[in-house]
Design a protein around this ligand. Sequence first.
Ligand code: ZN
Length: 327
Amino acid sequence: MIIKGLIKKQISNQYTIIDLETKKEYLAIPSGKLRYVKVDEKSSFNKTYGRSTKKRQQIIQISPKVGDKVLLDISGDTNVIEEILPRNNDLVRPDVANVDQVLLVFSAIKPEFSFNLFDKFLVILKEQKLNIILVVSKIDLIPTDELNKLKEQLQYYEENVGIEVYYVNSKQKIGFDILEHIFTNKITVLAGQTGVGKSTLLNALIPGLDIKTQEISLALGRGKHTTRHSELYEFNDGYICDTPGFSRLDLNIFEKEELKNQYDDFVSISSLCRFSSCNHINEPGCAIKEAVKNNKIPEERYNNYVLFYNEIEDKKNMYWKDMIIWK
Ligand code: ZN
């Protein structure tokens, strides 16, 4: 009998899989035939490496990973993963497939909200087709007028970039009631700088989950090369992925001309630029620069765009993505 399941946990070659219909859990191993698979250019398992390598037909080894939807044969003594279904996306660090959304946690203060880092996250996450939800933490520590100013600035992102924004105080669970619904039927990954309160937030959401234990056990591990393991935790009919320790979001870097495509708010205006290939830097008749002048696009967001553009140009071979840290 074959069932359709979701990989919840992986420990070396042993997988925990949830039957998507009955929610029953099975332990399973991957079938040997998954080892070498021929993939064409369009396969979701086919990846490019480096900056401009084109996808080509190749034979690759596919390993099932947390987040994968699989076909599982439960007829024999040992349950066997027969097939991995196409992936919507595939993150490397954390090693999770089919992530629906990223809960980006930024603190209102300590550390101060950084629009530079926020814009950078948006650029990188958008490329992976990840829906982004921003949670602003520590709202109890910031004066009301400063919080209101921040809310005003973030309103632009809600209205023009399609980002949902929530404001929480994890300690007193303020703002949590409206946060809970966002997890339903989705795989959610948490991301943000160190010190913004991700662990506090996660522990407050799922009281049974002891994130600290994992952080300590990782510190006692075999150093840098300790295998990181990702696991999905059921929460409000969805899954939250906890990724212990530091790791980085590993994405292919953009060409500088591609950067503008990651800005939804720019794309909608750029048809008015004089040149269709306008990069919105020094070109005459640029509608984006005009919109900045008329306060339709925040100056800081545009300035960050120019910074990133120059950064890509300056450090062609440097991995820009290394600046993003997941914890
Ligand atoms: Zn332009």
